[in-house]
Design a protein. Structure first.
Length: 284
């Protein structure tokens, strides 16, 4: 086992679900997750242990001897955890977890994560803050958040990458550009990673542009795009209504992917916080 990559309770729960349901697909349905997420989690678990847990026989994947041994211990570990929570009253926790996330990552991954978490912790309340990454990191450092997702890797704590998302050129449905006019942009004000991505890409490729609409918040950018005021560089998950993904249409330059990192407040612990942290890391 690699010492810097510990086992997580979420991985053990998934292994048990695969055994009980007879397949990765069945485990995905039971745990309210996607099958690729289940496969990736088991791949990560095998890397941690340094040994295969499954062997393919025909169309089925069966547990190896190492997998059977871990399965047996997984039942024991989870049983002990439940006993410990019951003894300490944690199973009846009515506390609050203060979670932060930028809008685009909240839209993309949090619904399925929070649904699965709430089934395990029905009495824990989630207080969710949707803000820009800089604001969220400040809140974390001030102690008003327990966990936050952010495009910032470093701050008061060193974050772990939880998700990777593609950035697109996005416009409202049926938006048309007049090639004889500068490109109209809809942007958040500085400092903004997405603003920097857009302007850098256009400057490097010699585009003429102007800021048609500027907002402090991503919600404002969404309004400007839906109003047909111009284009922006953003993830598709930042938008609710139909939009057009332009990408390299019109000769626009390609855009990079963006990493989102998970941070937790220093000295903030507890089984429910640990569980939510692991769930986000496993499903981002």
């Amino acid at each position: 086992m690699k010492p810097d990559m510990p086992l997580s309770l979420s991985q053990l729960r998934t292994l048990i679900a695969i055994d009980e349901e007879g397949s990765f697909g069945g485990a995905a349905l039971k745990l309210q997750r996607t099958q690729p997420a289940i496969s990736q989690q088991m791949k990560n678990l095998e890397q941690v242990l340094g040994t295969p847990l499954f062997v393919t026989k025909g169309r089925r994947r069966e547990l190896t001897e190492a997998g059977k041994t871990l399965l047996r211990h997984s039942h024991e570990i989870l049983s002990l955890c439940h006993q410990a929570m019951s003894a300490s009253g944690s199973s009846h926790n009515t506390g609050v977890i203060r979670l932060g996330a930028p809008m685009e990552i909240a839209n993309d991954v949090l619904p399925r994560i929070l649904k699965a978490f709430s089934l395990r912790w029905p009495r824990v309340r989630i207080a969710l803050a949707i803000e820009r990454s800089g604001v969220l990191m400040k809140m974390l450092e001030e102690g008003t958040l327990d966990l936050t997702l952010s495009t910032w890797r470093s701050g008061g704590s060193e974050g772990r990458r939880a998700s990777l998302m593609s950035v697109h050129w996005i416009a409202g449905k049926n938006w048309q550009h007049n090639p004889n006019e500068p490109l109209p942009l809809v942007l958040t004000d500085a400092p903004s990673m997405f603003r920097r991505i857009a302007l850098t890409a256009l400057d490097l490729n010699g585009w003429t542009y102007f800021e048609k609409f500027t907002s402090r918040t991503p919600s404002g950018v969404r309004f400007g795009i839906e109003a047909g005021l111009g284009i922006t560089a953003r993830t598709k998950s930042a938008f609710r209504s139909d939009v057009e993904i332009l990408d390299t249409k019109l000769g626009l330059p390609s855009l990079p992917q963006v990493s989102y990192y998970l941070h937790r407040a220093l000295n903030k612990t507890g089984p429910e916080i640990d569980d939510l942290y692991e769930t986000i890391m496993d499903n981002g």
